[in-house]
Every structure is written in structure tokens, then in C-alpha cells.
Design a protein around this ligand. Structure first.
Ligand SMILES: [Zn+2]
Length: 242
């Protein structure tokens, strides 16, 4: 009898142990499931936050707000620029913020033999002379020098209806034909390509003042369509090289 009782007790205690073991396993599994669910929730939350950030970013880029690419490889191809900003004044640097840049506009100075410095100083002088309202973001000179007059995030008085969404480049020329010399041309291509890269544009977004208003500017590129197409294709090539 005693032996029977002992066996029963042993059986009972072992089944109790089994039950508690099962319970522990169940609890462990439950805990593991809970943890997996928690990780999944955190993952989803991170995804959601990323999506929102990306959406907001793309909205900003697509909207009319000024935007530029500041990554290092843009700066790598940046030409040497002599920054001589004009004083803010209503005749040449109104200090108005630009919108999203959608094009680069090429001009010629219509002032044979004048240097980039001469042209920059002419724009600066307008604040006192009040002769007219005119300016340009950049002026490319006869030796290929580049002077910047206005920050690209502010408008220049250069391209009429397109002042607020373009960057302008005035180009010097040695004579009345308006043809650019090799040094000027080289800098024009490099500066234009760099600006295209900076504002996520292509050579197709490079236009002449003529394309905005019909004005014969830049004279040489209006009179010689092949030369204009060549310029655009040289900009394209510079962009591909980079
Ligand atoms: Zn022009």
C-alpha cells in the first residue's frame, strides 16, 4: 500500500512538473511573440516616418521653393568664381528671393570689348545713375574670368518674365559680331554645366534671352542656330564628363 501511494504521489508530482514546464514554454513563446510584434510595430513606425519625410521633401523640391544640390560632387566641377556681390538696391539687386530654378539663360553684353569687371561695375553703378533696371547673376569675361554679382537664390534683372525661376549669365564678346572668343566660350560651358548640375537641370533647360522675349540676345547664338546647338551639346558633354 505504502509503495502504491508513493508511486501515485510521484506520478502526481511529475505531471505537475510537466504542467509547469508547459506553462513556462507557453509563457516563453508568448513573450517571444510579443517581442516580435513589438519589433514589427517599431519597424512599421520607422517606415512611416521615413515615408512622411520623403514625401515632404519631394513636395518641397517639386514646389516653387528655391532648391539647390549642395553635394560635394557638384562643387567638384565648380569653376573659379570671383564673387563681387552688388549692393542691394532697386535698380540692379532688388533682394527678392528666387523660386525654384528651372532654367539657365544665356545673354551677351552688347558692349564689344568691355570686360566682366566693366559690366559688373555698370550694374553696381545703376543704384546711383538710375539709368535702367538691369543685372545678371554672372558675367563671363574676355579672359574666361567669371564674376558673380547676385546670389543664385535672389533674382537678377536680366530675363524679363523668367527672372524668378532662372539664373542668368552675361557673356562678354570682343566685337560687334557678338561671337565669343575661345576663353569666354570655355568658361560659359563650364559655368552653365555646373549650374545645370547644381539645379538638377539638363542642357535642354539652357535657353537664350531670345527664347524668352524674342530679343536678339545673345546675338551670335540667335543669328547662328548651329552655334547655339553646338553650345548646348558642349554643355551636355561637360555634364556627362563630370
Ligand atoms: Zn539678354
Amino acid at each position: 500500500m505504502a509503495g502504491k501511494n508513493t508511486r501515485r504521489r510521484t506520478n502526481r508530482s511529475s505531471s505537475k512538473r510537466n504542467a509547469s514546464k508547459r506553462k513556462t514554454t507557453r509563457n516563453r513563446r508568448k513573450k517571444r511573440n510579443n517581442r516580435t510584434q513589438l519589433y514589427a510595430k517599431i519597424g512599421l513606425l520607422i517606415l512611416l516616418i521615413l515615408t512622411v519625410v520623403l514625401l515632404v521633401r519631394s513636395c518641397v523640391v517639386k514646389s516653387g521653393k528655391y532648391w539647390e544640390d549642395n553635394s560635394a560632387d557638384v562643387d567638384a566641377s565648380k569653376p573659379e568664381i570671383d564673387v563681387q556681390l552688388l549692393d542691394v538696391n532697386e535698380y540692379s539687386r532688388p533682394g527678392i528671393k528666387s523660386g525654384r530654378i528651372k532654367g539657365i539663360v544665356i545673354h551677351y553684353t552688347a558692349n564689344p570689348g568691355a570686360s566682366a569687371q566693366n559690366n559688373r561695375d555698370y550694374f553696381e553703378g545703376l543704384k546711383d545713375s538710375h539709368i535702367t533696371k538691369a543685372s545678371s547673376h554672372f558675367v563671363v569675361g574676355l579672359d574666361g574670368e567669371i564674376i558673380q554679382c547676385i546670389p543664385t537664390w535672389e533674382i537678377a534683372y536680366a530675363s524679363n518674365d523668367r527672372n524668378s525661376d532662372t539664373v542668368s549669365i552675361e557673356c562678354c564678346h570682343p566685337d560687334e559680331t557678338g561671337q565669343f572668343n575661345a576663353a569666354t566660350y570655355r568658361s560659359m560651358v563650364q559655368l552653365t554645366a555646373w549650374l545645370c548640375k547644381k539645379f538638377d537641370l539638363t542642357e535642354k533647360d539652357v535657353i537664350r534671352h531670345y527664347d524668352v522675349t524674342g530679343k536678339i540676345c545673345p546675338k551670335y547664338f540667335v543669328e547662328d542656330e548651329d552655334a547655339w546647338n553646338q553650345f548646348r551639346s558642349d554643355v551636355k558633354q561637360a555634364l556627362e564628363k563630370e
